[in-house]
Design a binder for this molecule. Structure first.
Ligand code: PEP
Ligand code: MG
Length: 587
């Protein structure tokens, strides 16, 4: 019997679950030894050659992109990797061993590479030693092509389990059948990484950033995932299980109580309207949004149409998806955000995207403006779905006025095309932008004259203001939502929007944080958009607030420059309102 062990990570998605572990580690990516029948051997060699070919094509694409976009010097790395890939000695040895030993290609390839790496690592030649990184990079790419990516491994989950992995991408999660896992924990990741946000939508309790915890865990171990506190309890004692079961029941009771508020409007005690809307990733989420009383969709992350399939959705598929959402929410508004691909929503799925700093890289509106075919198809599908009048379009990651103007001119072109073809759309459609880069917040006055609304994306705004990768557990303690600089940027943005007569919402995770609600209301936010399950809790807080008092409170918080002091003020205010009730996001 193992002893109970408490592993501490970062809360990613609230709730509690317990069960048997399904461990997804590198081995699990499927590198298993498999004997081949005589008749399978030539096919296996062909499969290996196809994977070589595919890897070669991917490397060529990256090399070309990097050469054009970044720095021709950098392409040398890929020349080196291509040479390794095409190395006749390695290729010859793999094919010979597959023939002689009659074992599957990935196993033989892995063994061959390990042998090569071992002999290079023990060499004294520094240049050669540096090649180890390239060899490993190439072999990972090739193995992933041979294995058809992680989906194979994920498909092996037979009964409902708690998934534990070194890392998971949004694409992995979107492709796991919901009934197969009850929650997950990963060694890497931050609380607002997209995999964490997706977990919330899917309703999985999750913990990320467990550092090197997996070495202590075996498949089949029993664990508790405490997504509220960011804990994983390995081999819990009976007493711990009992306590958690009790907690689960208490949370359910609280959730039921809050659920009664779902149909009430989001407005303060003294009648200021604050729209409480839902963020969704998948079309199915719309049902949850309705169930939990969303007054609209404040953010539909359309890139999930792509991530769910690993290929671009066709114009028809997009139009159908947008129309479904718009119809189901009618007459309430729906904000469709154009593709926010890149950052942590590319790498891993689309292997031709390798960037040193993906969050600072080719992402969101930058991708759309560089690939007008992609952008125009999406805008057209959105416009075609807009006839009922409740659809709004939003651009992500706008950094300044020129970029917004450029994107608007593409939108105008698409509108003209539709008009010339006699295809109807909402002529007064509202256009908004995400305010998630500090440069945009600083230029909010100018941007506000070019669009109809702002939606503040705190997930990115925090990472870009504080220079903290939102997905990196090592720096997670620097990711401070209530940092005075972040609060000032929010306040500045709200004021600029109102000065210029446009409304401003907030759709980052701060909208779901019970500690932030009164502050945001007091700063003048007009709309809050959050995962459907948080809506009742946020409504409850909004409905308990008096606007003029909230304004005074916000003023006090904004005058404070000490982060700990700010947190204290927020906690005290929450306690004043709701007593000693634990401050967690309730699901
Ligand atoms: C944000 O950055 O706050 C946001 C809502 O967008 P995303 O989380 O999709 O980057
Ligand atoms: Mg963002």
């Amino acid at each position: 019997m193992k002893k109970e062990i408490l592993l501490s990570g970062i809360p990613a998605s609230p709730g509690i679950t317990m069960g048997e572990v399904f461990l997804l580690d590198k081995e699990e990516i499927g590198i298993k030894k498999r004997r081949l029948e005589k008749t399978e051997v030539e096919k296996e060699i062909q499969r290996f050659e196809n994977a070589l070919q595919r890897t070669n094509e991917e490397l060529q694409v990256i090399k070309e992109r990097i050469g054009k976009r970044i720095d021709p010097e950098q392409t040398k790395i890929f020349d080196a990797q291509l040479l390794i890939l095409e190395d006749e000695v390695i290729k010859g040895e793999v094919e010979r061993r597959i023939r002689e030993e009659k074992i599957n290609a990935e196993w033989i390839y892995k063994k061959t590479i390990e042998k090569t790496v071992n002999s290079i690592s023990s060499s004294r030649d520094e240049y050669l030693k540096e090649r180890v990184y390239d060899i490993e990079a190439v072999s990972e790419r090739l193995l992933s092509n041979l294995l058809g990516k992680r989906r194979i491994a994920l498909d092996k989950i037979k009964r409902k389990a708690v998934l534990m992995a070194h890392s998971l991408s949004p694409g992995d999660l979107v492709n796991i059948r919901k009934e197969k896992i009850s929650g997950f924990a990963t060694e890497v990741g931050g609380g607002t990484s997209h995999v964490a946000l997706l977990a919330k939508s899917l309703g999985f309790p999750a913990v990320v950033g467990l550092k090197d915890a997996l070495r202590r865990i075996d498949r089949g171990d029993f664990v508790i995932i405490d997504g509220d506190r960011g804990l994983v309890i390995l081999s819990p004692t009976e007493k711990t299980v009992y306590q958690y079961e009790k907690r689960q029941k208490d949370l359910l009771k609280q959730k039921r109580k809050l659920f009664r508020l779902k149909s009430l409007p989001g407005e303060t005690e003294d009648g200021r309207k604050i729209e409480i809307q839902a963020n969704i990733e998948l079309i199915e989420d719309i049902e949850e949004a309705l169930r939990y009383g969303a007054e609209g969709i404040g953010l539909y992350r359309t890139e999930y149409l792509y991530l769910a399939k690993s290929e671009l959705p066709s114009a028809q598929e997009q139009k159908k998806a947008y129309q479904t959402i718009v119809d189901k929410m009618y007459p309430n508004p729906v904000i469709l955000r154009t593709f926010d691909l890149g950052g942590d929503k590319f790498a891993g799925e689309k292997t031709d995207m390798v960037e040193a700093n993906p969050f600072l890289g080719w992402r969101a509106i930058r991708v759309c403006l560089d690939v007008p075919e992609l952008f125009k198809v999406q805008l057209r599908a959105m416009l075609e779905a807009s006839v009922r009048g409740n659809l709004k379009i939003m651009f992500p990651m706008v950094s300044g006025v020129e970029e917004l103007k450029e994107a608007k001119s593409v939108l105008d072109q698409v509108k003209e095309e539709l008009e010339s073809q006699g295809i109807g759309f909402d002529q007064t459609i509202e256009l908004g932008i995400m305010m998630e880069i500090p440069s945009a917040c600083l230029m909010a006055d100018s941007l506000a004259t070019e669009c109809d609304f702002f939606s503040i994306g705190t997930n990115d705004l925090i990472q870009y203001t504080l220079a903290v990768d939102r997905g990196n557990e090592r720096v997670a303690h620097f990711y401070q939502s209530f940092h005075p600089s972040v609060l000032r940027l929010i306040k500045q943005t709200v004021e600029a929007a109102h000065r210029n007569g446009i409304w401003v919402g907030l759709c980052g995770e701060m909208a779901a944080n019970p500690l932030a609600t009164v502050l945001l209301v007091g700063m003048g936010i007009d709309e809050l958009s959050t995962s459907p399950l948080s809506i009742p809790q946020i409504k409850r807080i909004v409905r308990s607030v008096n606007f003029s008092q909230a304004k005074e409170f916000a003023q006090k918080v904004l005058e404070t420059t000490d982060l700990q002091h700010i947190k204290r003020l927020l906690e005290e205010d929450y306690k004043r309102r709701f007593g000693a009730e634990e401050i967690i996001c309730l699901y």
